[in-house]
Design a protein around this ligand. Structure first.
Ligand code: HEM
Length: 179
């Protein structure tokens, strides 16, 4: 299988890190919007905040962040010697990415949709509605969990712990810039 040379490898890393920025930045922005929405002074402000969250969720997080990380992650597996299962930290990243994606699909997306719908129906009364408040707090906790998972992945990517898989595991930490 064709393997990327130094230039191609760098380009792949640039796209990978851009996607990482979108995923992490998107989740952090949604968390702040969630906190800020508690003090929305008018229907328009609350609806605007929820519309912004919805846009961030759809475009920044799902389309560029998550999809970008997965596509570049697959490209690392195929077109570089990092592979898919040669290093334990890479397997760890796949597992954590799957966990982050599953919680985002199951909880974050539906919560954003529900908050948008309820705030358009109820206006600022949504801030006193039990259903809205329940969804808003689950959105807050899941956003925090997502941010913690991304931070963990960034730490794993830099430290590259646990060595290689296979018979003679050798630590990769700090050894290589390119595989
Ligand atoms: C989808 C699964 C993923 C795979 C298979 C994967 C794989 C990789 C690989 C092979 C590298 C290159 C390491 C190097 O050349 O030093 C890398 C770099 C990196 N990845 Fe991922 N990644 C994935 C998702 C993520 C996610 C979701 C994040 C953070 C939210 C992330 C954060 C980073 C960072 C910060 C680096 C740069 C590390 C450095 O230059 O020292 N990755 N990733």
């Amino acid at each position: 299988m064709y393997k990327l040379k130094k230039r191609g490898f760098r380009i792949l890393k640039i796209f990978h890190l851009l996607a990482v920025c979108c995923w992490f930045g998107g989740a952090a922005s949604m968390l702040l919007l969630n906190l800020k929405s508690s003090v929305a002074v008018s229907e328009g402000v609350l609806y605007g905040i929820n519309t912004a969250s919805h846009l961030i969720d759809t475009w920044v997080i799902a389309a560029f962040g998550a999809l970008g990380c997965i596509i570049t992650g697959i490209m690392y597996g195929i077109f570089t010697t990092w592979g898919f299962f040669k290093h334990k930290w890479i397997i760890g990243k796949w597992v954590i990415t799957a966990a982050a994606l599953t919680t985002a699909i199951l909880f974050l997306g539906p919560a954003v949709e529900t908050m948008l719908e309820l705030s358009s129906e109820l206006g600022t009364d949504a801030l006193h509605n039990q259903a809205y408040l329940a969804v808003k707090s689950s959105h807050l906790y899941v956003s925090l969990l997502q941010i913690a998972l991304y931070a963990l992945m960034i730490i794993l990517s830099v430290i590259k712990p646990w060595g290689k898989t296979g018979k003679n595991p050798a630590p990769t930490r700090g050894k290589v810039k390119t595989p």
